[in-house]
Design a binder for this molecule. Structure first.
Ligand SMILES: [Fe+2]
Length: 280
C-alpha cells in the first residue's frame, strides 16, 4: 500500500534515486503549489478485496472503456463507454451478476459517441461528468477532489484540463484513469474544445506525475497496442514529457498540426446530449 503523506511524497529525492527521477523532481519542484496540493490531497484508501475490473476496447475509435465493480455490493461503474458497444456492456454486467449504477465520461469526446444516454435508458443508471462539462443531459456532476462511490469503491476525481477544459482523471489506490490527458507514450491533443497546452502541462507536471511512481496508468485510448503503463514508466519514456519547461511543452503541442478527428462534427453535438439522437 502506498504511503501518500505529503511529507513523504514531496520529500527531497534521495541521492540513490535514478538520474531520470531526480530530474523530474527538480522539474516539478519549480511548479506552483495549488495543483501539488490537489495531488497530495488525493488520499488513498485500500482497494476492496473484491474489486472487479475489466478493460474493454473499441477498435473503431481505439477507445478503452473500464468496468469497475464492488463484487460484494454487486454495484458497477463504467468509464468512457462507446455507444456501439452498449449491448456488450449491458450483457457483461448481467453475466457478472452486477448492477450498473453509474456511467461516467472523463470528458466530452470528439472521436466517438458516448453510451451514457443509451446505458441510462437500458439500465436506469446515473450518468456523470465533471462540473465543467457542456453536456446537457448528465444526471450528476462532480468537482475536483470529490469521490465517485460505487459500493465500497471510491474514485477520486482530479481536474486535469488541457486536452479539453472538462477533462478529469479518476484516482484509485493503485491506479489512475487518465482520459486523454496522459496517454501511454503520449498526451492528448490540445487544439480544440478549449484545449490549452499550458493547462495540460500543469495537469501533468503539477498533478498526475505527482502520483506514486508505481501507480498504474489506464488511458482512454491507445493506438499502438499498449494497454497499461505506470507513472514512472511515462516519466521515463513518454516523449511528450521530456521537456525542460512549460513554454517548451506549449511550443511542442502547438506545432503538432493534426487533422481533426473524423467524427468530430457528429460526436461533439451528440455527446452534449449523452449520445442520444446520434442516429447510431
Ligand atoms: Fe478526447
Amino acid at each position: 500500500m502506498h504511503d501518500l503523506t505529503l511529507e513523504k511524497r514531496f520529500a527531497p529525492a534521495p541521492q540513490s534515486k535514478p538520474r531520470w527521477r531526480r530530474g523530474v523532481n527538480r522539474l516539478v519542484a519549480r511548479l506552483p503549489l495549488p495543483r501539488r496540493r490537489a495531488a497530495a490531497a488525493t488520499k488513498r484508501v485500500d482497494l476492496p478485496p473484491t474489486l472487479v475490473f475489466r478493460q474493454l476496447f473499441d477498435p473503431v475509435s481505439s477507445t478503452y472503456t473500464y468496468l469497475l465493480a464492488d463484487a460484494d455490493k454487486r454495484e458497477a461503474l463504467l468509464i468512457d463507454p462507446v455507444i456501439e458497444r452498449s449491448e456488450q456492456y449491458v450483457r457483461l454486467v448481467e453475466e457478472l451478476g452486477l448492477e450498473l449504477v453509474v456511467a461516467v465520461d472523463t470528458h466530452l469526446h470528439a472521436d466517438h459517441v458516448t453510451a451514457l444516454g443509451r446505458l441510462r435508458t437500458a439500465t436506469g443508471c446515473a450518468t456523470a461528468m465533471g462540473e465543467m462539462t457542456r453536456s446537457e443531459c448528465v444526471s450528476q456532476t462532480f468537482a475536483d477532489s470529490e469521490h465517485l462511490r460505487v459500493g465500497d469503491l471510491r474514485l477520486q476525481a482530479m481536474y486535469t484540463p488541457g486536452h479539453t477544459d472538462d477533462s478529469y482523471s479518476f484516482v484509485m489506490p493503485d491506479r489512475v484513469f487518465t482520459g486523454d490527458t496522459l496517454l501511454i507514450r503520449g498526451t492528448g491533443r490540445t487544439d480544440f474544445q478549449n484545449g490549452d497546452p499550458a493547462a495540460q502541462y500543469d495537469s501533468l507536471f503539477d498533478g498526475l506525475l505527482h502520483l506514486p511512481g508505481d501507480t498504474l496508468v489506464y488511458p482512454a485510448h491507445d493506438y499502438n497496442g499498449m494497454t497499461v503503463s505506470t507513472i514512472d514508466e511515462e516519466i521515463r519514456f513518454n516523449p511528450r514529457l521530456q521537456v525542460s519547461s512549460k513554454a517548451a511543452y506549449v511550443d511542442m503541442m502547438n506545432a503538432l498540426d493534426l487533422d481533426d478527428p473524423r467524427l468530430i462534427d457528429v460526436a461533439v453535438p451528440a455527446n452534449r446530449a449523452c449520445g442520444e439522437g446520434s442516429g447510431q
